[in-house]
Design a protein around this ligand. Structure first.
Ligand SMILES: NC(=O)c1ccc[n+]([C@@H]2O[C@H](COP(=O)([O-])OP(=O)(O)OC[C@H]3O[C@@H](n4cnc5c(N)ncnc54)[C@H](OP(=O)(O)O)[C@@H]3O)[C@@H](O)[C@H]2O)c1
Length: 309
């Protein structure tokens, strides 16, 4: 008889209430996989989209479907072909689905070691937003001396992108609601309120803008094309149709163990921070989804799958 675990899953697509915590069988592992006892799982806007009916490329949704695509935890078992990891090792990683659970099975290629200096919450909330920001940063070839505009700079992805740009020597202008201006300044960016008149407010700070990254949507690409001459240096992760219309870049996260290890190294050295704005117990998963679906707020939302840490 299979061992059981607690997990947050859906039996149908719909609003946050369709997420329920129940007992499900623990996953079994194949030779190249590890079984991880999950400490924390990050909660994504993307998870909410899947819950509502969007199918992520490469994933098959099967009810009951456990959601969640990033985690931190402790290795419980390793497959026969796994090298370099052992039971008891602290790790962080990613999967398309299945991370809102006490146990997740993933290929070895999708985990990295979690250094002691990095908290379980930060490690569990690093992969999704971090790897998306890292991919965009790479595609836009941000360098020292660039003036970079970040739409939605205080959000999960914007927070990481802003820090990567600042530490490379770029000047960052980030848009956010006024409640997040102090937060953006603490990341080293100049904060601007989004909405009508934002193009002029940004020009007042810097008449020259070299790069724009849109992590917000809301037609912010139209502001970007007014300010940045080279459309190859304007990218969105949100508004794909408008990017096509305007000839801007579309970025889709290219996740890898190498990319996650790079980010984890920055975190361990104190060169990058994951801001956790709210933590929820696994039983409060529907509230966590409502939180990320608000479209506002700084940094990340995290589930404490294994509480009392
Ligand atoms: N393509 C990919 O591979 C990929 C991967 C991950 C995520 N995404 C998408 O990227 C988007 C951002 O994800 P996230 O996790 O960073 O979301 P998030 O944490 O909710 O952040 C969104 C930010 O947008 C800001 N915002 C809200 N309305 C705005 C407006 N009218 N103009 C400018 N900014 C506005 C908010 O700032 P305030 O709080 O200050 O209002 C908030 O901080 C989501 O749509 C997500 O689905 C795409």
């Amino acid at each position: 008889m299979s061992k059981m675990m607690r997990a947050a899953a859906i039996d149908e697509f719909g609003p946050a209430d369709v997420l329920r915590v129940r007992e499900l069988p623990r996953p079994t592992i194949s030779a190249d996989e590890v079984l991880v006892q999950v400490m924390n799982a990050g909660v994504q806007v993307t998870d909410a989209a899947i819950r509502a009916g969007w199918a992520p490329p490469g994933a098959t949704i099967e009810f009951p479907q456990i959601l969640g695509n990033e985690f931190s935890g402790i290795i419980d078992q390793v497959g026969d072909e796994v090298r370099g990891f052992s039971p008891g090792d602290p790790v962080a990683g990613f999967n398309l689905l299945g991370c809102y659970a006490e146990y997740v099975a993933v290929p070895q290629a999708q985990i990295v070691a979690k250094p002691q200096a990095v908290s379980w919450q930060a490690a569990g909330a690093l992969s999704a937003s971090g790897q998306t920001a890292h991919t965009a940063f790479e595609d836009l070839a941000v360098g020292a001396g660039d003036v970079v505009l970040v739409h939605g700079a205080a959000g999960g992805v914007g927070t990481i992108f802003t820090q990567l740009a600042v530490r490379t020597g770029a000047s960052v202008i980030g848009t956010a609601s006024e409640a997040n201006h102090g937060y953006l300044e603490s990341l080293g960016a100049t904060a601007v309120t989004y909405g009508p008149g934002q193009t002029d407010r940004i020009r007042d700070i810097s008449p020259r803008v070299d790069v724009a990254f849109d992590a917000a949507g809301h037609e912010n690409l139209r502001t970007a094309v007014e300010l940045v001459a080279d459309r190859g240096r304007i990218a969105t992760i949100v508004d794909m149709p408008l990017a096509q219309e305007l000839g801007c870049r579309i970025v889709r996260s290219r996740r890898s163990g190498r990319r996650l290890a790079d980010l984890m190294g920055l975190l361990a050295r104190g060169d990058l921070h994951v801001h956790v704005r709210d933590r929820y117990l696994l039983d409060q998963v529907a509230d966590a989804h409502r939180d990320v679906e608000s479209g506002h707020g700084r940094g990340k939302v995290v589930l404490d799958v294994r509480p009392a840490q």
